[in-house]
Design a protein around this ligand. Structure first.
Ligand code: MLT
Length: 263
């Protein structure tokens, strides 16, 4: 489905009824990341998953924007759908950065958070340099080069070797992201604020899920986040890397269902 958000068209899926659960994908992916969660969880709650601007089937926006802009897009989508009741947000990696931005700006609309494969800390100086290199790569060689440079780090080593169909699915998802979407997201991530101080202010239930073999965001960062959020629990999934919802989808979905019993 498509929804008009300010000056661009945003693609999304919606299914089920009841408590709204908004899934926000990571970079440079799309809403199909959440297929397994959407089909399983929409039997008990209302699931909504957008393609962030410039990703998947959503149009790109040709001006510089921030992670907060992506959060604003999500709220505009909810408004268009007339969803006013507080929602649960499940954000993966960059989707987690968007979840923090949503909590910072729209906390009355949030009933709970599921933070997966993400971090509260901002980019390090070295990380910012790498964003610039990735922007140059996207401009000179396109999304395929970005996909090739990222793919091995997205999974636990065993997933990468033993699950070629999953690796291909993620490759295709990355390759279909527009250059503008890649650049927009890289700039937004590079400039995102530190959310560490926010952790102590979060007063809704929080579930943190992290793969124990995440090569992009070490599991220790998730453990540190958990210590700072009062009403939080952490589930560490074995044999999962940066995409635990795909690499260990059954256990991931179980953890979500267990968490949702709290609402
Ligand atoms: C993501 O998976 O969304 C990104 O790798 C996060 C990041 O680069 O900081």
């Amino acid at each position: 489905m498509k929804s008009k958000i300010n000056n661009f068209s945003l693609a999304y899926d919606i299914a089920g009824e009841g408590l709204p659960l908004l899934f926000i994908h990571g970079y440079p992916l799309g809403r199909s990341l959440w297929e397994s969660q959407m089909s399983d969880l929409s039997r008990s709650v209302q699931t909504i998953s957008p393609d962030l601007r410039g990703h998947g089937e959503s149009e790109a926006v040709f001006s510089q924007y921030s992670i907060e802009s992506l959060a604003d897009d999500c709220i505009q989508l909810l408004d268009n759908l007339e969803i006013t009741q507080p929602i649960i947000i499940c954000g993966l990696s960059m989707g987690g950065y968007v979840a923090f931005a949503l909590y910072r700006k729209y906390r009355s609309r949030i009933a709970g958070l599921i933070l997966t494969a993400t971090r509260a800390a901002p980019d390090t100086p070295e990380g910012k340099v790498n964003r610039k290199k990735a922007i140059d790569l996207a401009l000179s060689e396109g999304p395929k080069a970005i996909a090739n440079s990222m793919l091995p780090k997205m999974f636990a080593p065993a997933t990468y070797v033993n699950n070629p169909s999953l690796v291909k699915k993620i490759h295709n998802m990355m390759e279909s992201t527009s250059v503008q979407g890649i650049i927009g997201a890289l700039n937004a991530m590079k400039n995102r604020p530190d959310s560490t101080h926010l952790l102590k202010e979060i007063n809704v239930p929080v579930l943190i899920i992290h793969g124990n073999q995440d090569q992009l965001i070490p599991v220790t960062e998730a453990q540190e986040m958990q210590l700072l959020i009062a009403n939080s629990e952490i589930v560490t999934l074995e044999n999962a890397g940066h995409l635990p919802n795909l690499e260990q989808s059954t256990l991931f979905n179980q953890a979500l269902k267990q968490f949702l019993t709290r609402f």
